[in-house]
Design a protein around this ligand. Structure first.
Ligand SMILES: Nc1nc2c(ncn2[C@@H]2O[C@H](COP(=O)(O)OP(=O)(O)O)[C@@H](O)[C@H]2O)c(=O)[nH]1
Ligand SMILES: Nc1ncnc2c1ncn2[C@@H]1O[C@H](COP(=O)(O)OP(=O)(O)O)[C@@H](O)[C@H]1O
Length: 209
């Protein structure tokens, strides 16, 4: 016999308080977080990491040079072009794209392992990669992080101070294209406040639909 009782509990929303817990996260879920450069993807994903340690975050390979403070193997795996192209040729990337003059890709095996282990997995990638994931894994959930306004986006990107003027311009050109594709995403999330956006993202990761 099945039913709810002391020997057969279910976790009802009212019993859990407001904090989602890891055990509630649907298994095998892949979530893609995209959005224009400077919108706050790294900030929001970093906050999500603090909120929910059970979530697994992909570490991409890139041909971009490390920024000061970026750690190889933590922020990215920094590789040269030959190494990157070999990974493509060997089918070791789930998706990859060229963005503002550099290549970026998601190593396939760690994602598959995280999902097989039952951990919800998050990829922080740009639009072309998000489209490839959608084609390869239609069940993946696509979230676009949006700026409160274009002016705010420009302010954040230039305020970060990590890019040359040319790199900022290349990113803003990409940003227009990315925002124009917002309708392709399952969810659009405005990043006005990092903590709030991370909590919304966590809600998307933990909802049961
Ligand atoms: N397709 C794809 N895009 C990625 C990957 N890793 C990072 N990106 C995206 O590449 C873009 C540039 O990243 P980055 O150079 O770190 O610049 P930032 O977004 O300005 O901090 C961002 O939109 C990232 O989300 C990846 O593995 N695949
Ligand atoms: N909600 C926010 N309000 C104000 N500034 C923000 C917010 N989110 C991010 N930022 C700032 O904007 C800049 C770009 O954020 P970052 O996380 O590097 O963006 P992305 O990873 O999308 O390129 C950083 O200086 C960051 O501190």
């Amino acid at each position: 016999m099945s039913g709810v009782g002391p020997d057969n509990p279910v976790r009802r929303g009212a019993d859990r308080g407001s904090e989602p817990v890891a055990g509630d996260i649907p298994r095998h879920r892949l979530t893609v977080v995209s959005g224009p450069s400077g919108v706050g993807k790294s900030s929001v994903v970093g906050e999500l990491r603090k909120l929910e340690p059970d979530v697994w975050f992909s570490v991409s390979v890139t041909t971009r040079a490390p920024r000061p403070g970026e750690v190889d193997g933590a922020h990215y795996h920094f590789v040269d072009r030959a190494e990157f192209d070999a990974m493509v040729a060997e089918g070791r990337l789930l998706e990859w794209a060229e963005f503002a003059g550099n290549r970026y890709g998601t190593p396939r095996e760690p994602v598959e392992k995280a999902l097989a282990d039952g951990r919800p997995a998050v990829l922080e990638i740009e639009l072309q990669g998000a489209r490839q994931v959608r084609a390869a894994m239609p069940e993946a959930r696509l979230v676009m992080l949006m700026p409160p306004s274009w002016e705010e986006l420009v302010g954040r990107l230039t305020g970060r101070g990590t890019e040359s003027e040319a790199a900022v311009q290349a990113r803003l050109a990409e940003a227009e294209r990315e925002l124009a594709a917002a309708g392709e995403f399952d969810h659009r999330l405005v990043n006005a406040d990092v903590r709030e956006a991370a909590e919304h993202l966590l809600n998307l990761l933990t909802d049961q639909q």
